[in-house]
Structures are given as C-alpha cells and as structure tokens.
Design a protein around this ligand. Structure first.
Ligand code: FES
Length: 650
C-alpha cells in the first residue's frame, strides 16, 4: 500500500512519509515550520500539534480513527505531569499511521509571523540569530580522552545536526562546572547569524522553559532608549531610556568631537561614559521585566556615526573633517561585554551599517522600519533630533543626508526651553482675533482655558516650553500675525496685544506669567525665533538638497520620525516650513523608527541582510560641502519660505 499522506495546515505543505514516522520528523522532511527545543525528547512541548479528524474535502482526505498513534509513555507522562490541552499532541511522540491532516498552531511555529505596526503594517517573520537547543552530553570516561567542549559539540552534531561549533573563553571557562552540576543535560544557547560558524553564547542547566531575550538599543546623542524583547514572538517586555552620560562633554556631536580633539584621553573618557550608560540601561530593562541578565543573549544597537565610534572606542576625529571617513562603515558584530553590556556569557552586539560619515546606523534603522524603497511615490522621512537624518526615496532609489539642526527642536537654546517633562508646555494655540494663547502642559489632561486646569497645573508647576511646544508657538505666532515672514516679532502697537513686550531693541511674546506666585515668565523671545529659524532652515535645506538630487520639487508623503517626531503637529510643521509642502494628511508620524528598526534587526536575520544590501544602494549626499545647501538654507530662513510655494497651506 501507499505510504500515508500528511497535510500540514496552515502551510498546506503535503507529502507521503513511511507509516510510523513521528509528526515532528514528517514536518522536517516536508519543510514545515514546527518548533522543538528538546530535540524530540518529549519535555519541551514546543512541538504541539492539533491532529484533524473526519473528512477534509478541500484536501481530498478523510482522517480515520487511529490515523495517529496512541499516547506513548513519554507523552502520557508529559500529559500527567504538565497537562496537554484537549486535542493537542506532542509532535515528536505522535506517529503517523494513516492519511492525516495536522494543524500547527501559531505558538508551535519556530518562525512565527508577527504583525508590526508602523506607517505601513507589515508581517515580520521571527528568525533571531540566537536560539536554545537542549542537548544531553556523553559523560567523560577514562578511556575517552576528548574534552568536554568536544563532547558537547559532538552531541549537538548528533542530536541537532549542528556542525562546526565554536566557543570563546568566557563560556569555555564556565563549561565544566555547568555540565557537571546539570548532570550533562543542558540547554546550549547558540548564535548562528548565517555567516560565521555557530557560536556557543552560553550554557544553561537542564531544559530552558521560557524564551530567550534580546536588547534593541537606539543610542542617540541626547538619549539612549532601549527595549527588552522576547526572542520567541518579538514582544516588548520593557522599554526605558536615560540621558546619554556624554552630555557633560558637549550637547551636540561636533562639540564632543572637539572635546576629544582638545583633551588628551577625552575620547576614551566619553567611551567609558557611554558604555556605563548602556550597562545601566540594560540593568534597568532587566529589572523592569524581571528577566535574569543571563537570559539576554543578543543586542542590536543603532546610532549615528560619532556615537558609533565613541561606543566602539574609536576616536571620531576623522568624522569631524572632510571627507568625513568613518573607521568602518559595514555592519559589525562585537562582544556585548566589550561595550559595557553585562548580559549572557559570550553574547554579541550587532551594529547596523553606517550610511556615510554623517549618516548613521540610526538612519539605516529608519530605512529598515519605514521601507522607502518599497514606496511607489517619493516619500521623505525626517528623523528629527539634534542632528536630523533625512531620507528621500521610492522604488527607483533612496537618498540620504544629515543636517545639523542643533538642539533647538528639543527645547535647548530656547530662553524658556526645557526637555519634554511634566510642567512643559507641549501644545499651544493663539486666537487670531484676541491674540490670547491657550496651551497644554505635560502631566495635565486639559487645555489652559478649561475648568480644572489651574488646580492641576498648580500641582505640576508650569515650568517652560518643550520642543513640540516651541514649534507650535512660533507657527501660531506667524498665523496670528505676531511674527512676520522674516521672523520679526511686532511691538504691542503693531500687533494689538499687550502680550508683545519690549526686550532690549526687540520684542517678546508672553505666553504665561507666573511671577506673582513665584513661577517663571514664559515668553517667546526674538532670539528663540531666530534659533528655530536656523534649525528649521537646516532641516528644510537638507530635504531640498535631496529633492534636487532626486529631480523633484514636491514629495508625496512626509514621515516624521524620532521620539520627538511623534509629538509634532503636521500642520504646524508646514506653517513653520520645517518640511517641504505636502498635503497635511500625507504627513504622518512614525514614532521612534530607529528603535523599531533595531527591534526588527534583533528578531530577524533576514532583515539584517536586507538592510546591509539596501545601505550599499543608498546614495549619500553630503550637506556640508554642497554649495546649494547654503542657498537653500538662506531661502528657508523665512516662515514658511522665501521662494518655495506652500499651496497646501492655502
Ligand atoms: Fe520537545 Fe516534542 S520536541 S516535546
């Protein structure tokens, strides 16, 4: 008679296997994605399947009684002790006896499909570089002279067909006590990035029951943000951020490069500071999620080129002068411990490739997250930070540059500016008739003219104005006619409001005067407007430079990325002329796209290959040496712009 026919759902893969073949083995032969950590020993339960019963006209099969073997001893014991859900079987124990339809539930799939939401909703396949393998190692004997590591490697080859295992010293040094204490039954944590030979990251006693974890880190010049991610299904267990401890050496990147140049040992000092910060962040994330640091087995880091060099301990001096050559631009894999990350034994950190001397791995991560290369029409992506990363592209090509916007968009260099924290004005409207402002502060869920605001605000304290607040304030001042196209604030007589007060030879617009109650006077000064004009001109000029290069004078879509991008109102960004004209409903926010890109690279080896290839195709545009940048910069100083039309604002 014919061998039994097995059909797996939902994949639809089918084929004949000899009667008596375990379901797990049938799945392997037919290329069906069925998980296993214990290698078919009936202890991990990762291989659970749901056998079908009755007629399946769609597949042309009828599953009769006894098409699958009865519970054997191993499966019965698992069911007795741990309990199998009704209708579930262990795929490594149940054997195929006759034609079968077998469903693989999502949690039994090794390469789980997870949906990630961003500007475009995408399905991502879980395929991390590090995975656990349970293995039973032969004990040493007097007549067997091979080492423990060699016997471990032989066991992995025999039980998992893993060849060429490698290990480095930190794990080798701990190998013997772990094997003995665990009775030679261990979970080997292996890293296989598809390029280097499999590497032993760590050895855990017995069978690892839960998942392994990874870190996705967005190392910015101002903040370091990280996620702790489960490597089985990609979900985020904890997210946290801290100030980059390098700030004490300089607010922006170039001041840090010059700190390194002026002070002997300065670069090394900054390296030590940022590594300490990374270590703190990793500990905070592990604590928050209640996960042992030893179960964190991989890290992915994205950052700009200067942070990249300082983290790696490379003096960034060459990045500060033309032709801005990075020491190494390809993706890098280094020991996590060398970067200050105290995670599993020999865990590695993967750094995404750098696009150019001024355009970093953070921009590469944004490309990975937002996929401009898949867009039919040109999409402009701006990652707003102290340094703006700007990307323009469609299916035909992708261009990238960076632009030194400075920290004004983050509330720095603004007279009443502050970081986004409770008490900061984050949104603002000005009545075009009365010129009176109304605003919201972080930490209070009401507008300033709504009931309950005063009491709540008194508790928090109105302290200043943050990045999104200053952008809205300047745009609203322009709409209300308090500021002219050149950026000049009018006097009380010119504007018709006593809120415009003289300050030296210029004027300021008072938003909030808390001095009666010991609070601050919060006003937008002429200097603030100038700082915002400089920042927005740099951003706009960078975008225009890419548009020139691309040969277009209008973009179809604008994506605002960066933690701060999430809080910018598209309309106000347009009024200010931060971004080129575009229909306001085509301006979207992608949140922290660089962090999302880091998470994708953490969960998927294929995504790493994808972005490494894409980065080689990206055309880098160097703003610092482009003569047209200066022209665009000057023209963009006006609000919204001296020459370019903004039809969408009409
Ligand atoms: Fe581990 Fe079946 S493979 S229980």
């Amino acid at each position: 008679a014919d061998d039994p026919l097995v059909i797996f759902t939902p994949s639809g893969k089918r084929g004949r296997v000899p009667a008596g073949t375990p379901v797990l083995e049938a799945a392997r032969r037919l290329g069906v994605d069925l998980d296993s950590v214990c290698g078919g020993r009936g202890i991990c339960s990762k291989c659970q399947v749901v056998p079908g019963q009755g007629a399946f006209p769609k597949h042309g099969v009828t599953v009769g009684e006894g098409a699958l073997s009865e519970f054997n001893e191993v499966e019965a014991r698992y069911d007795r002790i741990r309990g199998l859900k009704p209708g579930r079987r262990l795929g490594c124990q149940a054997r195929v006896l006759a034609d079968m339809v077998i469903d693989v539930p999502p949690e039994s799939q090794l390469h789980r499909q997870v949906i990630r939401k961003s500007a475009i909703e995408r399905v991502m396949e879980m395929d991390p570089a590090v995975r656990p393998f349970y293995v039973e190692v032969t004990e040493p004997a007097l007549d067997d002279p091979t080492g423990d590591f060699q016997r471990l490697a032989a066991a992995l080859a025999g039980q998992w067909r893993i060849e060429g295992l490698q290990a480095d010293l930190p794990v080798l040094a701990r190998l013997q006590p772990i094997l003995r204490k665990a009775g030679w039954k261990v979970t080997a944590v292996l890293r296989d990035d598809g390029r280097a030979p499999p590497l032993l990251i760590d050895l855990l006693p017995g069978l690892l029951e839960g998942p392994l974890y990874g870190l996705a880190i967005d190392l910015g010049s101002t903040t370091i943000a990280g996620h702790l991610v489960a490597l089985d299904d990609g979900h985020v267990l904890a997210s946290s951020g801290l100030m980059n401890p390098q700030i004490r050496f300089g607010e922006d990147l170039m001041s840090r490069v010059s700190y390194g140049m002026m002070n002997p040992g300065g670069a090394a000092e900054m390296t030590a500071a940022v590594r300490a910060g990374l270590g703190d962040l990793a500990r905070a994330l592990a604590d928050e999620a209640g996960v042992a640091a030893g179960l964190i087995v991989e890290a992915v880091i994205v950052c700009n080129p200067v942070m990249h060099h300082l983290l790696l301990g490379i003096d960034p001096v060459e990045l500060g002068q033309a032709p801005f050559a990075p020491a190494s631009s390809d993706a890098l894999t280094v020991r996590a411990a060398d970067l200050g990350l105290e995670i599993a034994g020999s865990a590695r950190a993967y750094l995404l490739p750098i696009i150019a001397g001024h355009v970093g791995a953070d921009a590469a991560a944004v490309v990975l997250s937002e996929q401009p290369q898949q867009s039919d029409k040109p999409v402009l992506i701006v990652d707003v930070g102290t340094n703006a990363e700007i990307i323009l592209g469609d299916r035909s090509r992708v261009l990238a540059c960076s632009s030194p916007t400075g920290p004004a968009f983050e509330g720095a260099q603004i007279s009443s500016g502050q970081r986004a924290a409770p008490g900061a004005i984050e949104r603002l409207r000005i009545d075009p008739e009365t010129k009176e402002p109304r605003f919201r502060i972080i930490g209070v869920d009401a507008w300033s003219d709504e009931p309950g605001f005063d009491a709540a605000a008194a508790a928090v304290g109105i302290s200043g104005i943050c990045g999104s607040g200053i952008i809205e304030a300047v745009a609203e001042m322009r709409i209300a006619g308090l500021v002219d196209a050149g950026g000049l604030i009018g006097s009380a007589e010119q504007t018709g409001t006593a809120r415009c007060i003289p300050q030296g030879r210029t004027h300021s617009y008072v938003i909030h005067d808390g001095r009666d109650t010991g609070g601050p006077l919060i006003a937008v000064t002429q200097g603030d407007i100038r700082a915002i004009q400089l920042a927005k001109s740099a951003l706009y000029a960078g975008a225009r430079l890419l548009m020139d290069e691309f040969g277009i004078d209008r973009v179809d879509r604008v994506v605002l990325a960066g933690a701060f991008g999430a809080h910018i109102s598209p309309l106000h960004a347009l009024v200010l002329g931060m971004i080129p004209d575009c229909a306001p409903d085509h301006v979207t926010s992608a949140g922290n796209a660089a962090g999302t890109g880091a998470r994708i690279a953490l969960c998927s080896r294929a995504a790493r290959g994808e972005i490494e290839a894409e980065v080689r195709r990206i055309t880098r545009v160097e703003t610092a040496i482009a003569p047209r940048f200066q022209e665009h910069f000057v023209a963009a100083n006006a609000i919204p712009h001296a020459i370019d039309p903004f039809p969408s604002l009409a």
